[in-house]
Ligand binder design. Structure first.
Ligand code: GLN
Length: 265
């Protein structure tokens, strides 16, 4: 039997910065390598979609202006059915601006209140200074049953605060995360994950990509599903290099010492 997944990509023309579309490419390619059919359905302004027919939803980041253009369409056209699908266990990944719109609202730093669909119990308030830079996150092990680290890049003015019915995706070892205050990054509710990690996130972090694919397949085909392993040596090496570089370990620390010595000489 050929397994099949249907992937909905929300507002691909408005919400796609820092290569967020790479997440779709990574999911498709990792499915293709395993012989899993994967159809991508773009969901733009005015689109109608049956969310009960979707296995994975993806919503990328955007500028405040891009979010403002689609927020009303998103909340009114997709909100109730998407929220119900998320409650029912839809597998979803939302990055930055998309993450914010899954929450209750985003009050921009200019004072505009953008409504969200309230599927995630979070709210976001824009600050004057943007939170920018590379990020390393220790993922909460009970999210996928395994401990792993994520690397990514953040650039947001929004500070996101988590309510009682979500749990953080993980803790920041490097970077600002949800709000630069409480050390958390991202939010998880049922099978939906929101976070601030651009990158693209999934090509850099195959563990998370496979967690999403495995959850979606199990939801559709049951617990019998086992994902065939792929050779991720290169991806994991790149990820580890970035972690070491960010945590200042090993040769990165040594090379930084050399640079500092040279600068101070
Ligand atoms: N516009 C939002 C903010 O600045 C989201 C940014 C993004 O998606 N990178 O907080």
């Amino acid at each position: 039997m050929t397994w099949q997944l249907r992937l909905a990509h929300l507002y691909p023309d408005h919400m796609n910065i820092y290569g967020d579309r790479g997440n779709i490419i990574a999911l498709q390619q990792r499915c293709r390598w395993r012989g899993i059919a994967c159809e991508v359905i773009p969901v733009g302004p005015g689109a109608t979609i049956d969310w009960s027919d979707i296995d994975i939803a993806f919503f990328g980041g955007g500028q405040d202006s891009g979010q403002a253009l689609i927020a009303e369409d998103f909340v009114e056209r997709q909100g109730p059915a998407l929220r119900a699908a998320i409650d029912a266990g839809l597998v979803m990944l939302a990055i930055c601006g998309g993450y914010q719109l899954l929450g209750h609202y985003f009050l921009t730093h200019a004072g505009q209140r953008l409504p969200g669909i309230g599927a995630l119990d979070v709210y976001t308030v824009g600050g004057k200074e943007r939170l920018i830079g590379n990020v390393v996150v220790d993922v909460n092990p009970d999210i996928s049953g395994a401990a792993f680290r994520l690397v990514g890049f953040e650039n947001h003015s929004g500070r996101t605060y988590l309510g009682a019915s979500v749990r953080p995706l993980g803790r920041v070892l490097v970077g600002h995360g949800n709000n630069g205050e409480d050390g958390t990054e991202g939010a998880v509710y049922r099978n939906t994950i929101g976070c601030y990690l651009h990158g693209s996130l999934l090509p850099k972090n195959p563990q998370l990509a496979d967690h999403l694919i495995a959850m979606a397949l199990r939801r559709r085909y049951g617990n019998v599903v086992r994902l065939a392993p792929l050779n991720d040596a290169l991806e994991l090496k790149a990820q580890q290099t970035m972690v070491e570089r960010m945590l200042g370990k090993g040769r990165w620390r040594a090379s930084r010492r050399k640079i500092n010595q040279a600068l101070n000489a």
